[in-house]
Design a protein around this ligand. Structure first.
Ligand SMILES: [Zn+2]
Length: 63
């Protein structure tokens, strides 16, 4: 087994930032949110729950 074999381009696994589900590649149903320069991914089910938080963050008060 050669574990140093590089993964094919774009085959990095995504981990849901909310429930920890791991997906291979980039599932089109997943939501990507960039926060402070860090990409966060949410699976489709979590995205539904999280979209409100993501959108809500846009007009959350700064004070
Ligand atoms: Zn999830």
């Amino acid at each position: 087994m050669d574990q140093q074999t590089p993964d094919p381009a774009g085959a990095e696994n995504l981990v849901c930032s909310r429930c920890g589900t791991v997906a291979e590649g980039a599932p089109p149903t997943w939501t990507c949110s960039v926060e402070n320069g860090v990409r966060r991914y949410f699976c489709d089910s979590c995205a539904r729950e999280n979209i409100r938080a993501i959108e809500g963050r846009l007009d959350s008060p700064w004070w």
